[in-house]
Design a protein around this ligand. Structure first.
Ligand code: ASP
Length: 591
């Protein structure tokens, strides 16, 4: 494309010019970021494109307003002595002898484009095309693209084939609610939008693809949160004749390369931890391992205690270094109330003080209910020192872990932008995460997850298993965690019909129901299924953390609001009666 003077539309990008280009005639294009009067005739125009801002000294710029789109030609010139702006990448230079060509006028933007003003999110999303011009959003979109680029490169290098799978499918079992699409050809029938390509990727394994990947769009009708959108992208992976460790290796490489590409930081070895250890030590299956403050096991200390509050199946505690000095009483009361909201009966707290003999003792809070031996053992188990504050919860084990896990984050979680990327593989998840009202187990992952090899004999023995036995069975499922966010999950899959049938039986899925819901997969397995395993990594979450954003909406070009609406296009919205008729649908009045 050329400018109206017949030359190139632009020769350079605003942010890429520097002292090295001094003396050159250039043409730059972009938006008027700011205009400041210099003298009666001269004005400074800060011209902005996606690479940055360039100061242009313009004669007679009176009618140039913010966000006007212009082309400016001029000469790159070193700024006069003492006027350089070190805060700006192009701060040593400016464009002089400028000619301005107006390409497009603009109404005043609906909100200021600087990073300092806090703008209501609905307003930002309604005018996302303006919001995206902000340097931060430009950086984020480019980081997201870099994630995809690095991942494609890494998967390709490892022999994976990118295969697309359909969007209009029958329901898949990821445990969320499906979005559905009515069929016009078959009124009363519906497609489901994929919660993930799970079944299709397994079918590619039966189809001999050997190593599949896809940067897949997935849709799940769930309540939205900072790390969750209805639609999201994941790196979806499946490999044949692969062990769990092979899959962990493939994904580690892809994610590490994305980290280097975006954050310029090699994350090194990804640590591994069993689900059991994660729950016991951090009270979470997605521990933020950037800090310690681990949950100490105190149950044996209170085995024969006289203190009623600690007569419970499980007692654990955490220690806040310096907490006795730093935490005012009002904050402690707040923490107690918060823990009660999380389900605890109470939160026991004590200060650690120095004794005259130079040792440590517990003081204040519930300290008076403890025997001296119990107090000393608590201090030792928590490695507490004078000036620290200790917090204890006594209750059923899952509740103790849950509450202390949250309290640990509340008290110790580092900010999102501390520059560290602590990747962690959590392995050996339980096969079932709990029991439903009918006493049937609920799969932790999905029903195609292979049980742990050591627990397979028990499961396959055919003997009836009670709730406790079922919940003790481990699986070959694993998660990837980054700084306390779950980035993804995967598992070794069941490729043996007898094991799959047994799982359905345990889940209370009758053979005809299994056939109806997953028949096509079960049928496929009759024709020679290779052992296979896979994984999926949430790329919006990964992208967000790599640019230190706390909300994935900041790395998605056109996200939905927290309530699931799109203020830009007004989706979701009603459709015309004729359209409904064509689909054989009638809308009922709200219940
Ligand atoms: N389909 C799973 C998910 O989307 C991932 C996997 O098991 O590969 O969470």
């Amino acid at each position: 494309m050329t400018g109206s003077d017949g030359t190139a539309m632009r020769t350079d990008l605003c942010g890429r010019l520097g002292a090295g280009e001094a003396g050159r005639s250039v043409a730059v294009c972009g938006w008027v970021d700011r205009r400041r009067e210099h003298s009666e005739h001269l004005a400074f125009i800060d011209l902005r494109d996606h690479t940055g801002v360039l100061q242009c000294v313009v004669d007679g710029a009176r009618d140039l307003r913010s966000e006007y789109v212009v082309r400016i030609t001029g000469t790159v010139t070193l700024r006069p002595e003492g006027t350089a702006n070190p805060a700006l990448a192009t701060g040593e230079i400016e464009l002089q002898d400028c000619e301005v060509e107006l390409l497009s006028r603009a109404e005043p933007p609906p909100f200021p484009l600087d990073e300092r003003t806090d703008v209501d999110e609905t307003l930002r999303l309604r005018h996302r095309y303006v919001d995206l011009r902000k340097p931060r959003m430009q950086r984020n979109l480019r980081a997201r693209a870099a994630v995809n680029r690095a991942i494609r490169r890494a998967m390709d290098a490892q022999g994976f084939v990118e295969v697309e799978t359909p969007m209009l499918i029958a329901s898949t079992p990821e445990g969320a609610r499906d979005f559905v699409v009515p069929s016009r050809k078959e009124p009363g029938s519906f497609y489901a939008l994929p919660q993930s390509p799970q079944i299709f990727k397994q079918l590619t394994m039966v189809g001999g693809v050997d190593r599949y990947y896809q940067i897949a769009r997935c849709l799940r009708d769930e309540d939205l949160r900072a790390d969750r959108q209805f639609e999201f992208s994941q790196l979806d992976v499946e490999a044949s004749f692969a062990t769990r460790d092979d899959v962990l290796g493939f994904v580690t490489r892809a994610v590490a390369e994305a980290t280097v590409e975006v954050a310029g930081h090699d994350p090194g070895t990804f640590e591994r931890m069993t689900w059991h250890d994660a729950m016991e030590r951090f009270g979470s299956d997605k521990p933020d391992t950037r800090f310690g403050m681990e949950l100490a096991e105190l149950t044996p200390i209170f085995a024969d205690t006289q203190a009623r509050v600690f007569q419970a199946p499980c007692v654990k505690g955490i220690c806040l270094t310096g907490g006795a000095e730093d935490l005012p009483r009002s904050r402690v009361d707040e923490l107690v109330a918060t823990c009660q909201r999380w389900g605890a009966k109470g939160l026991a707290w004590m200060r650690v003080v120095a004794t005259e003999e130079g040792g440590s003792a517990l003081d204040a809070g519930v300290a008076k209910f403890l025997s001296p031996d119990e107090g000393a053992a608590v201090i030792e188990a928590l490695e507490a020192r004078p000036g620290d504050m200790v917090f204890l919860v006594a209750d059923e084990r899952p509740l103790v872990r849950h509450v202390l896990g949250l309290l640990r984050l509340e008290l110790g979680r580092p900010p999102v932008n501390d520059g560290r990327f602590n990747y962690l593989w959590v392995v050996d998840f339980p096969l079932f995460e709990g029991l439903n009202a009918e006493g049937e187990p609920i799969p932790s992952h999905h029903p195609f997850t292979m049980p742990h090899t050591d627990d397979l004999p028990l499961l396959m023995s055919g003997q009836p298993l009670d709730g406790e036995a079922l919940l003790g069975i481990r699986s070959q499922a694993y998660d990837l965690v980054l700084n306390g966010w779950e980035l993804g999950s995967g598992s070794v899959r069941i490729h043996r019909r007898d094991i799959q049938q047994r799982i359905f039986e345990v889940l209370g899925i009758a053979p005809d129901e299994a056939q109806e819901r997953f028949g096509f997969l079960l049928d496929a397995f009759r024709y020679g299924a290779p052992p296979h395993a896979g994984f999926a990594v949430g790329l919006d979450r990964l992208g967000a953390l790599l640019v230190a954003e706390e909300n994935i909406r900041e790395v998605i070009a056109f996200p939905k609001t927290q309530s699931g609406a799109d203020p830009l296009t007004d989706a979701p919205s009603p459709i015309a009666d004729t359209h409904l008729q064509e689909l054989g649908l009638r809308v009922l009045p709200p219940a």
